[in-house]
Design a protein around this ligand. Structure first.
Ligand SMILES: [Zn+2]
Length: 169
């Protein structure tokens, strides 16, 4: 039970007890003393009710905050529906899904860092040269760059042995 509610109920019970004391009083002095104590207990009771009100308001604010968090989570879950954890040729982990873009099915990748923060951010590829082993993408939200799948146009530079053989030919 909420401590403030328990305190309010105790104060209420004590107040009710004092009413019985007043009813059973045999003279004015006893009535006066019990009435004085009753007034004190009513002030205590009022104070406990205010404290209880504060607790209820605080809980209401917490409920509103939690409902907003749940709505945010549900909204994110709807946005990323169908995306699954995927490991690319470079070894990087991203969330991927086949999506239709202008009638063509393409694999969309989501930034794993933003995903962990409940933000859907598509990784945007940018051009790489033939000297790049992997394609690269960038998250427009957190600016992180990712090595993606292997670049088929990649041509490895000749080794020293190959250069030596070319020179001797
Ligand atoms: Zn990101």
């Amino acid at each position: 039970m909420i401590a403030e509610l328990s305190a309010a109920l105790t104060a209420l019970k004590e107040t009710t007890g004092l009413v019985k004391v007043i009813n059973d009083a045999k003279n004015d002095a006893e009535i006066k003393a019990a009435t004085f104590e009753l007034n004190c207990k009513l002030i205590d009771l009022q104070s406990e009710c205010f404290a209880l009100g504060d607790v209820i308001r605080s809980r209401d604010e917490e409920v509103i905050h939690l409902k907003a968090k749940i709505a945010e989570y549900e909204n994110f879950q709807t946005q990323v529906e169908g995306y699954v954890l995927n490991q690319l040729g470079s070894g990087a982990f991203v969330y991927s899904k086949q999506e239709l873009v202008q009638g063509t099915e393409v694999t969309m990748h989501l930034c794993p860092l933003c995903y962990s923060k409940k933000i859907k951010s598509i990784l945007h590829p940018f051009p790489v040269s033939k000297s790049s082993v992997y394609f690269q993408s960038r998250c427009l939200h957190c600016e992180n760059k990712f090595l993606m799948d292997r670049n088929p146009a990649f041509t490895a530079p000749p080794t020293m042995a190959e250069i030596g053989r070319l020179l001797n030919d």
